[in-house]
Write a protein that binds this ligand. Structure first.
Ligand SMILES: *Cc1c(COP(=O)(O)O)cnc(C)c1O
Length: 219
């Protein structure tokens, strides 16, 4: 699926939810080390790119520094990689999965960084992310105590199962948390990947992170 085809599917899905819903697309580029496919995506209008490893992001940020790309960090962030990531000046870190991680980032920067709180909505022990029960109190605690963490909303990875009801349930749980956080400034609900972005949008997602299904057309 190329970018235009993805946009058409996003458009149809968002209208099933609400004509007022605007959905941003983050193109996840972790499947290639080549930069040519990313340049072609950029030429077609794509501006937000996502990476889940600091080293790979660094390579691409450097190779594409001539383009005004928004880089989103979406992977599990180890504390010893925080400085390296901050040097890349990412547009957003989507994967804040504990208060301790937020605290460590807060300490290492003096300029606020846009962040999302990652929620383990499928409650799968193999996944990173905060337990949903802790999400709201953690969000508020970060907001109150960590001035350099500019929390903008939540992120989740949907349940990794075939049962659509289960997937929908994990997105709905995240959207409910997002709704409760809106009075505290939450604006972004990042959910939906190649296999489930339409379900995610139907459940209220306003940012999807699409990798394989999009990249395949450019490799
Ligand atoms: C890889 C990845 C994606 C994109 O996954 P696809 O299924 O290839 O679209 C989205 N979000 C996160 C956090 C990822 O690690």
């Amino acid at each position: 699926m190329n970018l235009d085809q993805l946009i058409q599917r996003v458009e149809a899905a968002r209208l099933r939810r609400s004509e007022h819903l605007i959905v941003q697309i983050v193109a996840v580029t972790k499947y290639t080390k080549e930069t040519e496919p990313l340049r072609r995506l950029y030429a077609e209008g794509q501006r937000a790119f996502g990476e889940n490893r600091v080293q790979d992001m660094e390579d691409k940020v450097n190779a594409l520094s001539d383009l005004p790309i928004e880089w989103h960090f979406i992977g599990n962030l180890q504390k010893n990689k925080i400085n390296k990531l901050l040097k890349l000046n990412p547009f957003m870190i989507q994967s804040i999965n504990s208060y301790e991680l937020a605290e460590a980032i807060n300490k290492r920067t003096d300029k606020p960084v846009r962040c999302l709180l990652e929620i383990n909505s499928a409650k799968e022990p193999t996944k990173h992310g905060l337990q949903p029960e802790l999400a709201i109190e953690t969000y508020l605690k970060i907001k109150e105590n960590l001035p350099n963490i500019n929390l903008q909303g939540v992120m989740t990875i949907g349940a990794h199962v075939d049962d659509e009801t289960e997937i929908r349930k994990s997105f709905r749980l995240t959207y409910d948390i997002f709704e409760k956080l809106k009075p505290y400034g939450a604006k972004i609900c990042s959910m939906g990947m190649s296999g489930d972005f339409e379900i995610a949008i139907e459940e209220g997602s306003n940012m999807i992170r699409v990798g394989s299904a999009l990249l395949n057309s450019y490799l």
